[in-house]
Design a protein around this ligand. Sequence first.
Ligand code: HEC
Ligand code: HEC
Ligand code: HEC
Ligand code: HEC
Ligand code: HEC
Length: 446
Amino acid sequence: MASVRSTVLFASALLALGCGGPTGPMGPTGPEGGMGAQGPVGATGEAGLPGPAGPSGPSGSSGAVDGGLPTSCLSPCHGFNGVVEQWKTSTHYAVAVSSLNGTEVASWTADGQSCGDCHAIDGVQQRVAMQVGLTQPDAGPPMSLANGELNYRTPTGSLAEAAYSGTAKVAQVTCVTCHSVTDATDPHRTGLPWAPGSFPLRAPSGATDQAFIEKSASSDGGTVTGTGLTLGPSNACVWCHKSRKDVTNYITASNNLGSTHWGPHEGPQTDVYSGQGGYHYGGKLYGTSTHQQKLACMDCHMPNVTGNQNAPNHSFYAQVSACLNCHAGATSFDISGGQSAIKATLFEMQAMLNNTTPNVLNTNILTRTTGNPLAAADMADGQFKLDLTNPALKALTADQAGAIYNYIIVARGGALGVHNPKYVKQLLYDSFVALAGHAPTTLVRP
Ligand code: HEC
Ligand code: HEC
Ligand code: HEC
Ligand code: HEC
Ligand code: HEC
């Protein structure tokens, strides 16, 4: 527990305290003249930041302002629209997951559970250090654990996922979750103003560093290889925003669903974006799109903020401004009606999977309860990501199970096709055909 405390306290100190540093005490009127020499930040003042925070004239000594922060702390982090305030508007700050159910959440970080790998404050830190729990120590660790892979095969041949082995609780995704904060990089300890590159990421993110989704390249021999991507700093997102399932080995010749949570986990954006993480039908080609070739997560979700020293936007929400270079004049994400079209196909497919329009299994494949079909209200709300699987389904062929898998990665990705427009259409088309026995009316395969 001691280490839990210190992690959490450290994180909140990072957020709450000012950059102390060599500029000395915060006394509002400043100590005697002798200290003056120490106050480099007081010299010019960064024009126009927080007006009242300007230096206090010739006798001002420490650069501390109004009981506030030295100007060197304000940008890019602690300003009015700085990184910290941006982050506070994000879902990462909200702890959406941990507020769902306190009791259940405690079990997520219990021994043997993998949830803390992504849902604990130090999940990435533990994984980078290769400190994880393994079901069968003889079998692990995953081949590319240090690059984010979590799946491996046990000696008895089943698929397993490396467990969280830290001692923290489910928490926010905060600064120290993504950034490697040490005595040397923590500005609160070094007292140095920010310089580009001075606040590094934990996930390896150099030009040739890979980050892994779980999907194995080939099921030949049952090897669990994962698939490496090289997305630079966007590698940081891949560590958590993926299906957690190795679809190549997860789907077999005959599949019993057995759970309402069969299939990909929430947030499988990388599986879609990469054009590689879906279930691929034999004999079909799956293509990439310009988005996948030219852009990565950060380009759309963390564009640089010119008014904030070009530091990347930490609200993490996709920004329409990031589309304008290529889609001139765009005012929403629904460019050329692309999202509306995918939404129409998801509605058509949802009705088919619910057996509202017949599917080849002639039963409901989706549920939002423990197995009952979707109600009319569920089918009207467009919240496809809430759809779960009917646990009673048994002996599905690989192509049938793969179709359900593909519906879920698109539904839970949340971008209605934007992550990879062409690939999403291909996946949905082939999957629809596999379970309906005929083509959808809302989509032509590109
Ligand atoms: C590989 C990283 C990873 C692991 C491991 C993981 N999760 Fe998640 N989980 C995520 C991400 C990312 C999201 C958010 C997805 C989004 O909002 O698009 C999420 C979302 C969720 C949600 C949905 C919350 C909501 O607001 O709807 C639940 C519930 C959840 N996770 C539970 C679990 C449980 C239980 C485990 C362990 C059995 C687990 N997760 C393991 C990454 C992970
Ligand atoms: C979900 C992951 C994530 C979280 C949480 C996060 N960041 Fe970042 N941050 C990034 C990424 C990705 C970059 C881009 C790094 C790059 O381009 O090399 C970045 C860049 C930065 C930079 C510029 C880095 C540099 O060395 O030039 C600063 C400063 C920064 N973040 C501060 C913060 C602060 C403060 C918080 C907490 C309020 C925070 N970040 C939370 C992912 C995150
Ligand atoms: C340590 C795991 C982790 C990392 C790394 C991470 N995320 Fe998240 N992300 C989550 C979880 C978990 C959630 C759900 C909210 C929560 O519990 O904080 C989430 C939520 C989100 C959401 C909101 C989703 C929604 O449904 O509202 C966006 C957007 C997002 N993340 C983008 C990113 C981007 C972009 C990166 C890379 C810079 C990134 N995330 C890195 C775990 C992570
Ligand atoms: C071409 C730009 C683009 C790229 C590249 C991109 N995204 Fe997105 N992303 C979007 C858009 C647009 C949305 C939909 C946002 C909305 O509807 O509010 C979205 C949605 C999301 C969401 C869900 C947000 C929600 O509210 O449900 C998450 C999480 C996310 N993206 C993560 C990622 C990750 C991780 C990557 C990289 C693997 C990535 N994105 C790459 C544009 C992009
Ligand atoms: C680097 C240039 C580039 C950027 C930036 C970009 N796109 Fe695209 N986008 C394209 C191209 C080119 C296409 C045409 C399809 C293809 O080549 O893959 C496309 C296709 C699309 C489609 C599919 C349209 C259809 O007819 O189905 C949507 C939707 C879309 N983009 C949304 C976005 C959104 C939203 C953003 C910003 C968050 C964005 N794009 C940023 C280049 C870009």
